[in-house]
Design a protein around this ligand. Structure first.
Ligand code: RB5
Length: 149
């Protein structure tokens, strides 16, 4: 069965989101979680709602974008169970999967060119979590995050 990958952005990431949607369709069942135009929206709302969809199991993994990726990254990482990785190159995308088991890829729509963004996305989609010694560190993140509330 094909993996279900959600994708969401604010207006700053909208243009790149539309490009990446086509790439996602080649690999997975793509779910567009908004925004649906260039009109200004608040990234905490649109990205937060996409994160809820991931936590509710409506999608298996998520790609989110804003202008820089910073705001999207900050809000996504507020949710317990979300490990969002802001990636600017293929190496960080690969390591975020292998070591951090990132379940959200964050990209800056005003930072990345189309070709690089596609390469980062492909690397992230096609890299597995290594587990092993990294597993307990992921559990630690969850424990620390729950205890800090
Ligand atoms: C929107 O103008 C911009 O602030 C947003 O896309 C993002 O870059 C925030 O971190």
């Amino acid at each position: 069965m094909k993996e279900k990958i959600g994708i969401a952005s604010d207006h700053g990431g909208f243009e790149l989101k539309e490009i990446l949607k086509e790439e996602l369709k080649k690999h997975s069942e793509m779910v567009d979680l908004g925004t649906h135009s260039q009109e200004s929206v608040d990234y905490p709302q649109v990205i937060g709602s996409a994160c809820q969809s991931l936590l509710e199991g409506k999608v298996d993994r998520l790609v989110v974008l804003c202008g820089t990726g910073i705001g999207a990254s900050i809000i996504a990482n507020r949710y317990n169970g979300i490990r969002a990785a802001l990636c600017h190159d293929e190496f960080t995308a690969e390591m975020s999967r292998r070591h951090n088991n990132s379940n959200v890829l964050v990209l800056g729509g005003r930072i990345l060119g189309k070709d690089l963004a596609i390469r980062i996305l492909e690397k992230w989609l096609n890299t597995e979590f290594e587990g092993g010694r990294h597993e307990k560190r992921i559990l630690m993140i969850e424990e620390i995050s729950k205890a800090s509330k």
